[in-house]
Design a protein around this ligand. Structure first.
Ligand SMILES: [Zn+2]
Length: 699
């Protein structure tokens, strides 16, 4: 069902206009009603801010001052398609997996004897923002049971979590085994405290940090914790800003002294191809570790104040893009760095951790390009790797994914089930960690600025509530079908007129973007920057953003091409057959087999793609990230490449472009990557057919 909300006032006006013709005697009355609804803003109930019980905290000295500050969880509510997507998630695995999956049902984090390491904290790290972003009481009650157990079972010495030695998997035999899962649980508790103001959280941290500080010399960070330590620095900064207790900064320095040096890793990057062999398959080349590491130097800069830490993320992104970058915005890792071939995979944990890293880095650094990257991953890689009802997910997704089946593909080290859609294909980490993707994106759409305003870090339909200026409550309603459409309408509702800056990210691809305020065009709007509107806002004031979404072609592996429109990447729409492999509905495992050909080269001129690719807009339905619900379609031309065939269940080596093929030109349909289950995204480019007369030079 299409849900394209239109202002009810417009509908009333149209109906009443037709009445005018038929019933002239009603004229005066109707005009009165129209003018009242159209012009008298005071008659329109203002939208009121709905603030969570805690506020914004900025870095206290001596921490480096960040560009922006995250709003407390609960400040941002989803609307439109984003709300429906979060509801799909709540009705899918995220809202139910703890009811039947043994690794949660019998978790040591609620006193059970099952998995007692990272899986419950991972699950809660997504469940809590999902519950409080949606305002879903069932999920809040569920989350509280776990939080209560952790708080009530903190030991006298400050330890948290399961009993030592009781875990089934990754035995928590000694303290150094639990530093990593405890880092996640601390992150969980920060979110829970922001949304509830539960007074038990900070005292728990107080005791835990003492406990950890006393043990770190004897049981130092190792393995996972040594690579993922920045996740705890986030909590230590959070705690320090609320308490001013300097022991948090001492502990942060201690963690740093025992950690892996990611800045050095990317300054002299050694992994320039798909990794092979035991020497290269290690925790430094591990995909999820790298996704978490995206934020590490920026997070550490808050404590170190070292300018090289602040800038290190640029070099990191450059190296990952150059040697392992993929057209969906993420890098390959199946399970380790896997190179540029679009038939390699990317693990779901890597997708959601890269998103979280970018959200945190955006708050710290205030770099508009981080928002572009966040949107690219969120709108493409994230939805593509789930079944549309979010009851099943993949471990590895492929940019060119033409068959999902239990076949041993050319992964670096993953198993044959990795690209099935299932409950825990290959390994169960993603089953636990997948939940944070959408809700944390929603809760980071807006952030606070240092001068009492708000910044739109990323765009999606939402409502933000916050305090601006010197404590004025404001709600901003963001009406948009972005990323499927290019317009965003922001209606501002301060409790009383207030002067504050509204800072709007203008994506780098949005050349020619325009912003109006109350119909007045703003000067100086520039793609790839933030545009600030600093004015007195009154209730009902409107800012409208228009981002032109031209079709853009970019080059990838072996000079293949990917088609982009705004933040969306487009892929070949393929016929698919779903076959149950094992398990029970609704959380069964599925293979997805192609029913239509996929081995096409695109026939287009990359310099004038807008002319050769016709875009059709369709309604934004209940399930926008599905093949049948795709809100955009693109018509393209392609020609089959007969010797581009299946190899070990994947699209074989991508032919070097331009590729010569004598096959007839066919009409192809492209849909957004995030709507597909099977797809080709990086296409070879067909060489122009030999022209009867002189061909263009260069080919
Ligand atoms: Zn995983």
């Amino acid at each position: 069902m299409a849900r394209n909300p239109k202002p009810s006032r417009v509908i009333i006006r149209i109906r009443m206009r037709s009445l005018l013709v038929a019933f002239p005697l009603a004229l005066a009355l109707i005009i009165g009603a129209i003018s009242c609804q159209s012009t008298d803003k005071s008659a329109q109930p203002a939208v009121k801010a709905e603030l969570p019980p805690t506020g914004v905290y900025w870095n206290k000295a001596p921490l480096s001052p960040t560009a922006y500050a995250p709003l407390p969880l609960g400040s941002i509510k989803p609307r439109g398609w984003l709300k429906r997507q979060l509801e799909i998630q709540a009705n899918g695995l995220s809202g139910h997996v703890d009811e039947f999956w043994p690794d949660l049902k019998n978790s040591g984090w609620i006193g059970g004897t099952g998995e007692s390491w990272e899986r419950a904290p991972y699950f809660l790290d997504g469940l809590i923002p999902l519950a409080y972003t949606l305002g879903d009481q069932r999920l809040m009650d569920k989350a509280k049971k776990w939080v209560d157990w952790t708080i009530q079972h903190q030991r006298a010495d400050g330890r948290i979590g399961a009993e030592l030695g009781k875990a089934k998997y990754a035995t928590v035999a000694q303290e150094s085994d639990e530093w990593w899962p405890n880092m996640i649980m601390l992150k969980v508790l920060t979110q829970y405290q922001e949304a509830t103001n539960d007074p038990r959280v900070i005292p728990l941290m107080d005791k835990y940090f003492d406990y950890q500080s006393n043990l770190l010399d004897k049981s130092p960070l190792k393995e996972w914790a040594a690579h993922r330590w920045a996740d705890q620095v986030l909590t230590l900064v959070w705690y320090y800003n609320r308490t001013g207790n300097a022991k948090a900064l001492e502990l942060a320095r201690k963690l740093h002294s025992q950690s892996y040096d990611w800045k050095a890793h990317f300054a002299d990057f050694q992994y320039k191809q798909k990794v092979v062999g035991k020497k290269e398959i290690n925790l430094h080349s591990h995909g999820v570790n790298n996704a978490m590491a995206i934020k590490t130097s920026a997070v550490w800069w808050q404590v170190s104040g070292d300018e090289t830490d602040r800038k290190a993320i640029g070099q990191l992104q450059e190296q990952l893009d150059r040697y392992h970058g993929q057209a969906n915005g993420i890098f390959s890792c199946d399970e380790h760095y896997a190179g540029l071939d679009p038939s390699q995979g990317t693990e779901l944990c890597t997708v959601v951790e890269a998103m979280f890293s970018l959200e945190q880095s955006m708050a710290i650094l205030g770099d508009a390009a981080l928002g572009d990257r966040l949107e690219k991953i969120t709108f493409n890689a994230l939805p593509a790797t789930f079944k549309k009802d979010m009851w099943a997910h993949q471990y590895d997704q492929q940019v060119n994914q033409v068959m999902c089946s239990p076949v041993q593909r050319a992964w670096t080290s993953n198993g044959p089930e990795s690209n099935l859609f299932g409950l825990e294909p290959n390994f169960g980490c993603c089953t636990a960690n997948m939940h944070q993707g959408w809700p944390k994106f929603a809760s980071n759409l807006w952030m606070a600025t240092r001068d009492g305003g708000l910044v739109a870090a990323a765009y999606a339909p939402s409502q933000v509530s916050a305090k601006v200026a010197n404590g004025v409550d404001v709600a901003i309603v963001e009406d948009t079908d972005y990323p499927f459409r290019g317009t965003v309408r922001l209606t501002v509702y301060p409790a009383s007129p207030a002067k504050f800056p509204l800072v709007l990210r203008v994506p780098a691809w949005a050349e020619g973007a325009t912003i109006t305020v109350q119909g007045q065009a703003q000067a100086g709007v520039k793609a790839g920057t933030f545009h600030t509107i600093d004015r007195e806002w009154k209730s009902g004031d409107v800012a409208e953003l228009t981002f032109p979404m031209g079709v853009k072609v970019n080059r990838w592996y072996r000079d293949g091409v990917a088609i982009n429109r705004g933040p969306l990447v487009f892929s070949l729409a393929m016929g698919e057959e779903w076959k149950k492999v094992k398990g029970e509905d609704p959380h069964a495992d599925w293979e997805v087999l192609p029913t239509t050909p996929w081995n096409y080269a695109l026939a287009l001129d990359p310099e004038s793609a807008d002319q050769s690719l016709a875009v059709e807009e369709r309604p934004i339905g209940d399930s926008p990230f599905s093949p049948e619900g795709a809100p955009l379609r693109m018509k393209a031309k392609g020609r089959k490449v007969s010797d581009w065939t299946l190899v070990k269940g994947s699209a074989g080596p991508l032919p070097q472009s331009p590729v010569r093929t004598s096959a007839l030109e066919e009409d192809l349909t492209l849909i957004p990557y995030g709507c597909t289950n099977l797809r080709v995204t990086v296409f070879p480019l067909a060489a122009p057919q030999p022209a009867p007369k002189a061909a263009k030079t260069g080919l």
